[in-house]
Ligand binder design. Structure first.
Ligand SMILES: Cc1cc2nc3c(=O)[nH]c(=O)nc-3n(C[C@H](O)[C@H](O)[C@H](O)COP(=O)(O)OP(=O)(O)OC[C@H]3O[C@@H](n4cnc5c(N)ncnc54)[C@H](O)[C@@H]3O)c2cc1C
Length: 463
């Protein structure tokens, strides 16, 4: 024991940042994950502040045979970023964002949150596509793919990665871009945290906002099948500047929701406009004209607010269990399954997100990144069984599994989005990457032959 403690003292003195162990008063805070269902006890949490700190922590972990977890936003639903008895390489203090508005580039610390990046880029009327919750980490989103409201206009987050600084398993700090370490550059765009720890991301930016148009129209379950058919029609010919998403949820007790509909189960059809107001209004009018909603919220909104719209509803401590898959679209068969599945969703927190992936998502070459999804139009479905902090997930877990099993026969593509794989989905990783898996396994063997970075959607090094 004395030996282990003295080793942690070595780590403490090797880092510019700080170290927390079970003996420290802030240990319980330091081992928290976003998912309140995860309760793990690492031996040590290393709060890194420089790439050299990260390298020192990796070398320390190797020498001490400690299992490594890498933590940015801590939103891995399966809790990959904190393990029992190992070391957590925490990047959250590496959250600096530098924006060059002329070159339209952002250099982002490997531990930044989406909201840090959105705030810095929007100060210049710029943005990069990210996910839809502000407290999610740029690290996990970018290395795994990254889809959200801007994906139809500007692709995935990883499509916008220009360069990365990476700490490798042997402690070296390298650059990966279109000219240097090109295989690593390919792999970190979608292959997850398998190849090293990214200490800084350089991302391409686009003109966005600062005001966007939100149109959210809500339907009860009695009109759910019709609402999904309308969604199918609207998605088929969306204007380029409008994104579309369906969210199955319970209506929140928010001021824009009439009291009689508070906590009503249903579908929110969401159209977000990034261009001319008329184009967005035409989509909203079309939805409303085809099927009058129970209530709606149609308003201009700052882009940064859109990016934090769900932050409170899915705050830290929420318990979560998820499964996900790709669908070709809302076919009649899919609609039947969705209506049944959403009909069985327990209140108040669970949700199902259907992201329309089309437009710029499909413009990228499938082979240009390691991303786990072909570039044909599709819906990304996240089925999230969630309960408020402290409430067990028993019913929700069974509901997610049942709903997923019913939808799976209609799934398309390789095996799903790597960042949407659940805690019991490790066997789906090879299928998720399909023909890319063999190349990823070769690159893994070159950069991390001992599979030091395995707490992720794990690629096994090629022999
Ligand atoms: C509430 C919620 C909303 C979400 N919304 C979306 C969404 O809209 N769009 C979407 O695409 N996904 C979404 N996701 C899924 C999300 O992409 C993944 O959970 C992602 O891993 C979260 O990143 P993080 O940095 O917060 O996670 P963490 O738990 O910190 O990290 C997860 C894994 O990512 C890797 N990783 C993290 N940072 C780095 C780094 N700097 N270098 C190398 N590897 C790293 C590690 O392998 C780590 O185990 C959502 C998840 C949640 C819980």
């Amino acid at each position: 024991m004395t030996q282990v403690i003295s080793r942690f003292e070595d780590l403490r003195s090797a880092l510019t940042g700080s170290v927390v162990t079970a003996d420290d008063p802030d240990y319980d805070e330091a081992r928290r994950e976003w998912n309140g269902d995860i309760d793990r006890r690492p031996s040590v949490v290393a709060y890194c502040v420089t790439a050299e700190d990260v390298a020192a922590a990796v070398v320390f972990a190797r020498d001490a045979s400690l299992e490594i977890s890498v933590r940015c936003g801590a939103h891995s639903v399966s809790g990959m970023s904190v393990g029992d008895a190992g070391i957590v390489v925490d990047l959250t203090r590496m959250n600096d964002v530098q924006v060059d508005p002329v070159a339209r580039r952002a250099v982002v610390g490997g531990g930044a949150l989406q909201r840090d990046l959105d705030a810095a880029t929007q100060a210049h009327g710029l943005a990069v596509p990210l996910g839809e919750i502000g407290h999610t980490g740029v690290g996990g989103i970018t290395t795994g793919g990254g889809m959200g409201w801007l994906t139809r206009q500007h692709g995935l987050t990883c499509d916008n990665l220009v360069a990365a600084q990476v700490v490798l398993a042997d402690g070296r700090i390298v650059r990966a871009d279109a000219d240097e370490n090109t295989d690593l550059f390919w792999a970190v765009r979608g292959g997850g945290g398998n190849f090293g720890i990214v200490t800084s991301f350089e991302l391409a930016l686009h003109e966005v906002g600062p005001l966007i148009q939100l149109g959210m129209l809500f339907y009860g379950m009695d009109r759910a099948a019709e609402a999904l058919r309308v969604s199918r029609e609207v998605i088929a010919d969306l204007p380029p500047d409008v994104s579309f998403e369906v969210v199955a949820m319970h209506a929140p007790p928010a001021p824009f929701v009439p009291e009689e509909h508070h906590l009503r189960r249903g579908l929110a059809l969401c159209a977000v406009g990034f261009g001319a107001e008329d184009a967005h209004r035409a989509v909203v009018d079309r939805v409303r004209g085809a099927l009058p909603p129970l209530f709606e919220l149609v308003t201009p909104m700052p882009y940064v607010e859109l990016q934090q719209m769900f932050d409170e509803a899915y705050g830290w401590g929420t318990r979560a269990y998820e499964k996900s898959l790709y669908l070709e679209g809302f076919t009649d068969d899919v609609i039947d399954v969705v209506v049944d599945g959403v009909g069985a969703m327990a209140p108040p927190t669970s949700a199902v997100f259907f992201y329309d992936l089309s437009g710029a998502y499909c413009d990228a070459e499938d082979a240009s990144t390691a991303f786990s999804g072909e570039r044909t139009p599709r819906l990304q479905v996240f089925i999230l069984g969630m309960t408020p902090d402290g409430v067990p997930l028993t019913t929700e877990r069974a509901w997610v599994r049942g709903f997923y099993d019913a939808l799976a026969p209609h799934g398309i593509g390789r095996g799903g989005y790597a960042n949407g794989l659940g805690v019991d989905d490790a066997h789906r990783v090879p299928a998720a990457y399909g023909t890319k898996y063999a190349r990823l396994a070769e690159i893994k063997a070159a950069y991390d032959p001992d599979n030091l970075f395995h707490r992720n959607a794990n690629i096994i090094p090629a022999p």
